[in-house]
Every structure is written in C-alpha cells, then in structure tokens.
Design a protein around this ligand. Structure first.
Ligand SMILES: C[S@@+](CC[C@H](N)C(=O)[O-])C[C@H]1O[C@@H](n2cnc3c(N)ncnc32)[C@H](O)[C@@H]1O
Length: 346
C-alpha cells in the first residue's frame, strides 16, 4: 500500500492553488469579448452564460492558445443538460468546430474529451465519436496530435442488460481525450507533466546501469541513468488510484489522486443546497493538458464549461481563461469554485 501511495505521487512541483495570487500582466481575457455581458470574473478569467457558437464567433481569429472541453455526449438517453441524438451529433458539432479552429493560434491545441456509447438496444458500439474525429480532421482541418485516454475505473457497469444481466460485455472504463492541433507542431512541452520515477528507475539512477542490447533489439545506454526530474507520462490519464488493482504496474500512467478543485465545488454546492453538475471531469484532466500545452498568461477556453473545472484549474496555473456555458444555473454555481477570488459582475 505504501508503494502504491508513492507511485501515485506525481513529480509536479506543486498542486494548482485554484486561487490566483497575482494579476496577469497582459490584458484581461474579458477584453477579448468587448460589449458582452459576463457572469463573473477573477483576475485571470471570465465566465459567460450563453451559446458558445455565438460567444466564440465574437473572439478574434487566432486569439486563443488552448481549448479544453467536454461537450454533451450523444447518449441514447437524454441527460439533464441535454444531448443531441447520435445521428445528428457530427452535424451539430460542426459550427463549434469551425469557430474553435478559427480562434486558435497557429500553435494552439484543441483537447476534446468524449465518451463512446452503445447503439440503443443493441450490444454493439456506436461509431459517432469516430465520425466526429474524421469530420474534425477531414473537413475542419485539424491534425490529430495524439489520442489520449481517461481511465475511470469508478464508472458503473453499463448498459446493465449486456454487462451485468446477460454478462456478454465487459465494463467500459475509458473515455477518449483527443488532442487536435491546428498545425503539425503545436506548442507542447512534456517536461511540464513529468511523473515521479518508479522505485526501479530510482534504483537504476542511483546504482547505475550496464549498457546492453535488450532481446527486443532496443539499446539501453548509460543515458537511461540520467535523472531528468521524472518519467515522461503515458497518454492515459487516471483519476482516483487508491485501491485499484494493477495500479502499481501502471506506474507510467499519469495519476492524480488529488481533486481539490472539484471537492471545494461539491462541498460548497452542498452547503448552499445547490445541485452539483452531473458530468464534471476530474481536475486532473484539464490540468494535464494545460500544463502540457500552454504557458502562464496564455488564453485557455472551455466552450462547454459546465461547472467550470477548466477555468478553476487554469486560474490556479495562472493562465487567462474564458468559460462559456449555456445553462445559467450551472454558470451561477460554478462561481462557488472561486468564491474568495471572484468579483461578481453583478
Ligand atoms: C459534459 S458537460 C461539461 C462538464 C465540465 N467539463 C465540468 O467539468 O463541469 C457539457 C456542458 O455543455 C453545456 N452546453 C451544451 N450546449 C451548449 C452550447 N451550445 N453552448 C455552451 N454550453 C453548452 C451543457 O449545458 C453542459 O453543462
């Protein structure tokens, strides 16, 4: 268990504070949306209630460095926040995609978290998200920089009919996190997301390694012995490690147990008698990509902001941020994340 706890610690120097201690030296991001009513702001960001196609269309071309988002998925049942049907999904998403492409800087990235789903009433998977990916690349012009995954072992086994009743399918525990870029060389630096070395690697660095060829033909040289501050993480983002079997072996996965931003939000919603957003992603997800793909004071946008997890993480990492959310109640509740720092637009 001790080993497990150590494996879960990441090499990131510090947790994001979710409180912006300083003012950005560049223009406030709300100036990118002049004459538009904002819901609330912090020194680093601004939240807006409205349709993100409209709001994105007000931004200047190439004014955004990074978009991190999770749109409503095309589920075959309607969630409280509204979903479009699978067949219409790609068409529905196209105007958002056109705007995202337009507002991104040439070295900007678009990170899209999307879940797969079953065809209604059948034990086969829908292809809607793959069709979306093809549309984004073939029609809009994005490059697929890398496919990443969010491993969420806490997801319930569903659909019950196939998984728990007839037992003919297994539990679905990953969601896609596609990293698109406008050009082939987006701004990115994996040194900003290193994970702590495994115990074996630490021993190897301390004791040294005899250079030799591996059976695979791969040459392990003395360079492997250099301490570069941590391991390069894999493209799987896992949240909520403790107690997960096999986690020790998965030492190269990015594992973030601490989800402080979301827990403050949940606690404050409970205290205020407000409903928490039903489809939040873990703070680790935007945190990983914000660190990997942007630098301080860059502009990060979430056009399907929900409870504004992205904005709160961006705030803590001193990125300027804009969040757009259709449902005014979600926008209002998301301010609870920033209570101490936010200045209501009132
Ligand atoms: C999956 S949730 C995002 C949750 C968010 N990642 C979080 O951590 O809280 C998708 C959100 O998109 C919002 N949405 C749907 N259509 C929208 C639109 N046209 N413009 C802005 N937001 C929209 C929904 O109201 C919903 O809150």
């Amino acid at each position: 268990m001790e080993k497990l706890a150590r494996a879960s610690a990441v090499a990131f120097q510090e947790e994001p504070q979710y409180r912006a201690p300083a003012q950005p030296t560049t223009q406030h991001p709300s100036e990118l949306l002049p004459r538009t009513r904002l819901a609330y702001r912090t020194p680093y960001g601004a939240a807006y209630s409205g349709d993100s196609v409209d709001l994105l269309s007000k931004l200047k071309a190439k004014s955004v460095n990074l978009v991190v988002t999770s749109p409503p998925y095309a589920l075959h049942f309607k969630k409280a926040y509204g979903n479009v049907e699978k067949d219409e999904y790609v068409k529905w998403f196209e105007p958002f995609a056109e705007q995202i492409f337009r507002v991104l800087a040439d070295d900007g990235s678009f990170v899209l978290n999307i879940g797969g789903s079953y065809n209604a009433g059948r034990p086969t998977r829908s292809l809607y998200h793959f069709r979306l990916l093809l549309m984004l690349c073939d029609k809009i012009g994005f490059h697929l920089a890398q496919e990443c995954f969010w491993f969420n072992p806490a997801r319930l086994p569903s659909p019950a009919e196939w998984v728990t009743v007839r037992r003919i399918r297994v539990k679905d525990s990953v969601e896609y996190v596609w990293w698109f870029s406008k050009t082939e060389h987006p701004k990115a630096n994996n040194r900003n997301v290193l994970v702590e070395y495994s115990d074996d690697m630490k021993r190897l660095i301390a004791r040294g390694y005899r250079a030799k060829d591996r059976p695979s033909g791969y040459k392990i040289t003395h360079k492997f012995q250099r301490n570069l501050g941590g391991s390069i993480p894999a493209n799987v983002i896992q949240y909520g490690l403790p107690g997960i079997e096999g986690a020790e072996e998965a030492s190269n996965w990015l594992v973030r147990g601490n989800n402080e931003s979301n827990s403050i939000y949940i606690r404050r919603c409970a205290e205020m008698g407000q409903k928490v957003h039903p489809a939040r992603f873990p703070a680790a997800l935007p945190e990983f990509f914000i660190r990997l793909l942007s630098t301080e004071e860059d502009v990060v946008v979430d056009p399907f902001a929900g409870s504004n997890t992205t904005g709160s993480v961006a705030d803590g990492l001193r990125r300027r941020w804009l969040s757009f959310e259709l449902d005014p109640a979600y926008v209002e509740n998301s301010e609870l994340r920033f209570e101490e720092a936010a200045h209501s637009a009132g």
